[in-house]
Ligand binder design. Sequence first.
Ligand SMILES: O=P(O)(O)OC[C@H]1O[C@H](O[C@H]2O[C@H](CO)[C@@H](O)[C@H](O)[C@H]2O)[C@H](O)[C@@H](O)[C@@H]1O
Ligand SMILES: O=c1ccn([C@@H]2O[C@H](COP(=O)(O)OP(=O)(O)O)[C@@H](O)[C@H]2O)c(=O)[nH]1
Length: 457
Amino acid sequence: MSRLVVVSNRVALPDSSQNGGLATALDAALKEAGGLWFGWSGKVARGHSGELHRTSAEGIDYLTIDLSREDYEGYYNGFSNRTLWPLLHFRLDLVDYNATTQAAYRGVNALFAEHLAREVRDDDVVWIHDYHLLPLAQELRRRGVRARLGFFLHVPFPSADIIAGLPHHEKTFGALAAYDLVGFQTERDLERFQDYIRLFRGGQVVDRGQLREQDGRCFRANAFPIGIDARGLSALAGNAMRIASVRRLQSSLGSRALAIGVDRLDYSKGLPERFRAFERFLDRHPDQHGRLTYLQIAPVSRGGVASYRALRQELEQFAGHINGGHADPDWTPVRYVNRTYPHATLTGFYRLARIGLVTPLRDGMNLVAKEFVAAQDPEDPGALVLSIFAGAARELDGALLINPFDSDGVADAISTALKMPVEARRERWQSMMTRICDYDIHAWRKDFLRSLEHARD
Ligand SMILES: O=P(O)(O)OC[C@H]1O[C@H](O[C@H]2O[C@H](CO)[C@@H](O)[C@H](O)[C@H]2O)[C@H](O)[C@@H](O)[C@@H]1O
Ligand SMILES: O=c1ccn([C@@H]2O[C@H](COP(=O)(O)OP(=O)(O)O)[C@@H](O)[C@H]2O)c(=O)[nH]1
């Protein structure tokens, strides 16, 4: 078995309390074959980029690198989160292109490659994650690295015409052809990537999942929808009443049902649209007035980017507006919380909820949708209201699928979910639970790594 090298912008260090499902899956893979996890240390250095930190635990080596303030601003806040993130989420209107941040992005990828090239052996398998590192394979090949290189994009891949809106897009997206295997969340993302290679790279789709570049070089691409540790989360949820904050939430609800949303404060998650739809629900369904409390957990994210700060302000005002117009002395329709909760607590919150609201405008997968399903009580499960624009919608066919831009449609789905009889909820839940247990986070990483091992066959 080859050694595994994982590369990602954020590294889930062994002592961190915030490590989620992805960290668990990659940890398991790294432990199996022994391996190395490389990425940004999360630290912004006073001087230059490049100071390395090395640590090991349970057979895994962790190597992280500090970034200078200038590189952090250019690579992370700049090109990754002000240019690529909106572009990849179909938001050309928010794309802020700047040649300086693009150069910083390329520079940090080159710096990562410089250090990695000294670590990687020819028989290693290297798995690189996400939009921060699109050109890393190209930089590694330039430095003579011959190991198998795989890439997984956690966010959507938009249509070729949107990508073409980015000046010099070939430099960033053409570089994907340097990988042996490129993985996407859904078949639609894969199809749009294949279109891009045909239309803008002069490449060919030889066979499903097999692409040929103009110069004759072949590489593979496929869909690998990321999963969660469904059984593990289900067990956590079953024990969550031991957690004081879960019990407090339950007693605060009284006899009212709970609707829950859990999202980073990000414009891709469609939070203002969701608040609008909830307000429409209150207006259109007066018979259900006072029967439902909506809890929105929204940890602050990427505060260094102006559009994220503006969103935070907008939502604070919106929550106040809805409560001002609809609350009773003993009922607040919207509870809006900017804190981050550990998984154990979140699973308890999910289990208390009659309705899960997952309504992003675009989302690579959306793990919250799957976590909500895993956490339900099989005897009395809640219903999931899910956007057709989340990658998860391809698998979770038992959800009430909605278009997040249609506030009346979302409002009516909330009402339907609230009234849904338990038999119908059980039937819908069972089909979703079966799927997320069958293709869980471990099946996902084994599937990807197996394909990468054989990508050159
Ligand atoms: O690292 P941050 O800038 O704080 O952002 C957090 C992560 O957000 C994104 O998550 C994506 O990956 C999920 C798992 O595959 C997927 O379900 C979701 O739809 C995506 O948005 C981002 O892609 C990660 O790199 C960030 O670390
Ligand atoms: O207070 C919180 C809010 C979110 N999450 C986790 O953050 C992840 C969010 O992943 P998702 O795919 O839904 O969206 P992303 O934020 O990655 O775009 C999920 O595992 C959530 O359980 C968490 O642990 N605590």
